[in-house]
Every structure is written in structure tokens, then in C-alpha cells.
Design a protein around this ligand. Structure first.
Ligand SMILES: C[S@@+](CC[C@H](N)C(=O)[O-])C[C@H]1O[C@@H](n2cnc3c(N)ncnc32)[C@H](O)[C@@H]1O
Length: 276
């Protein structure tokens, strides 16, 4: 049951029936999205929880992010100042929507730390936000091979690696990632990497994955971005090439005994794969 609107207490508790604090009117932690107007209570947010249509899942409800809840989540991300600066510069550039979100970057950095990873790979660097998040938490002896085909984007990334003092930990490779990964395999680097992140051409996911499976050690982790592809993978009426490719990649992963998997609805969806 939702509380009556008359119990709403503006700018303090969301309502007298819940313990959710609403933000003061000038609260804009990330400056990009406008919060939902504060004249509404938590009702609209709560209405957006979702349950699986299959009753065998016990009507378990999961949260659907509204702008207000997402602002709250972002306000609880510990984003290093150098990453914030890169994000703000990238926000002025073409393609800025391609960058992973701060909450995604924080999760990637957390995985790297949990793994104690020293040798990492990124496929699809753009201006460097996710790669910088990883490089920042690598030990001084660590290395991140950062693959990007666009020279201009890579220059921005390199500028921030320098500014952050992590250039010695990043091996930026300009060119097609598939060529770079193949040359690393030919170079005898198989099974020597701890962690890889894939965020490049969606129609190439299976190919990147096969190459990375050769490069990552048993127990190592490969994270794949955009696996929910703005929800299009779940819509049977959508059949463009990128959607079909991600859908078929997701399906193949379900049966892939070489890895254990966890699809996480963060950002545009990320699947965490652990090589067995
Ligand atoms: C989604 S963006 C990466 C965003 C980045 N991870 C971040 O958080 O800022 C994808 C990038 O992959 C690059 N890319 C696409 N296909 C590629 C390929 N075959 N080899 C290398 N880079 C590629 C694009 O140029 C683009 O910069």
C-alpha cells in the first residue's frame, strides 16, 4: 500500500511512511541529469519496481531506476577527481554517451582489486574513462593493454593517463583490437592476463571473447559491456545486426562451460565471466 499524498513532508523525509530522504532542491551531484521535481513523493519511484512475469520467481520485486534514484546512486559513487574531470571533458565531445557510467567504472575497479589483478586488457578505450578507473587501482608493477582504433580519442585518454600519473601502467595500442589481441597471442602472452573489459564493436563480441579467453588465465575475469543493449535484446521485434549479435552472444554464453557468468543490470548491462 502506498501512503496518502497528504503525508508527504517536502525536502526532508520522502513521506511519513518511509525512511527515504529526498534531496535539497539544489542537489545536482553529477550535473548532467535533472532530478525529478521534488513536489512528488517516493510514490512514482516505488511504482517502478518490477517483478518477473513468471510466477515461479515468487513475485520477487527488483528496482527500476528512475532519474531520481539514479542520481542518488551516482551521489554514492566515490569518483576520483581526475575521473570526474575526464568525464566532464568527455561530456563536451561527440560520442560521450559511449563512456561507461561512474557506477560501472567503480565496479570494474572493484573487480580488479578483488582479483588482485596485475595484467589487464581493455577493448574499446574511447577517451579513457573505464581504462583510467582500472589503471588507478592497479599496483605500480601492473599493466593495462588499452586497445582503441580511433587516434583522437586515444590522445585524450593518454593525456589523462599522464595527468593521473599512471602512464607507466598503460600500454595504449592504436589499431584494431582484434589485430592487437592476435599479436599478443602470437607473442606467447596466452593465459597471462588477469582481467579484461570489452566495450567496442558489438558485432565482434564473440570474436573478442574467443581471443580474450586465450589471453586470460584460469580464474581470470572478462567483463562484457552493453549486454542489455538499451533493452533491445529482450524485444523480439528488434532485429538489427547489433542487437542480433549481442543476443546471440548472450545466448551462447549461457551454454559456455568454459566460464561461469553473472549478468548484472548496471549501466547498459554487464556480464562478468570467470574463466574456469
Ligand atoms: C563504447 S566506446 C568505449 C568507451 C570506454 N570504455 C569508456 O568507458 O570511455 C567504444 C570504443 O571502441 C572503439 N572501437 C570500436 N571497434 C573497435 C575495434 N575493432 N578495435 C579497437 N577499437 C574499437 C571505438 O572507436 C570506441 O572509441
Amino acid at each position: 500500500m502506498f501512503p496518502p499524498l497528504s503525508t508527504f513532508v517536502p525536502n526532508r523525509l520522502c513521506c511519513t511512511h518511509c525512511t527515504t530522504f529526498v534531496k535539497p532542491p539544489n542537489f545536482r551531484p553529477f550535473g548532467q541529469q535533472k532530478s525529478a521535481p521534488l513536489t512528488t513523493s517516493c510514490l512514482s519511484d516505488k511504482a517502478l519496481t518490477t517483478a518477473a512475469s513468471d510466477h515461479n520467481y515468487g513475485n520477487k520485486q527488483v528496482i527500476s531506476l528512475t532519474p531520481r534514484i539514479y542520481d542518488y546512486l551516482l551521489a554514492n559513487v566515490r569518483e576520483p577527481p581526475i575521473l570526474r574531470e575526464l568525464r566532464e571533458e568527455t561530456a563536451t565531445m561527440r560520442g560521450s554517451q559511449m563512456q561507461v557510467s561512474p557506477d560501472q567504472a567503480q565496479l570494474l575497479a572493484m573487480l580488479v582489486q578483488i582479483l588482485g589483478a596485475k595484467r589487464c586488457i581493455e577493448v574499446g578505450v574511447y577517451t579513457g574513462y573505464s581504462s583510467l578507473a582500472v589503471a588507478l587501482v592497479l599496483p605500480d608493477s601492473g599493466i593495462l593493454v588499452a586497445c582503441e582504433r580511433d587516434k583522437n580519442s586515444l590522445e585524450v585518454a593518454k593525456k589523462y593517463y599522464d595527468r593521473a600519473g599512471v602512464s607507466h601502467k598503460v600500454d595504449a595500442r592504436h589499431g584494431l583490437a582484434e589485430d592487437t589481441l592476435n599479436s599478443m597471442i602470437e607473442n606467447g602472452e596466452g593465459c597471462s592476463y588477469d582481467f579484461a573489459f570489452v566495450d567496442a564493436e558489438k558485432r565482434m563480441y564473440q570474436e573478442y571473447f574467443e581471443l580474450l579467453l586465450k589471453l586470460v588465465r584460469p580464474g581470470g575475469v572478462i567483463v562484457i559491456d552493453n549486454v542489455l543493449w538499451h533493452g533491445k535484446v529482450a524485444d523480439p521485434l528488434v532485429d538489427d545486426e547489433k542487437t542480433k549479435s549481442i543476443r546471440s552472444f548472450n545466448r551462447a554464453l549461457m551454454d559456455d562451460v568454459r566460464v561461469s557468468i553473472s549478468m548484472v543490470p548496471v549501466g547498459d548491462g554487464m556480464t562478468i565471466c570467470r574463466k574456469r
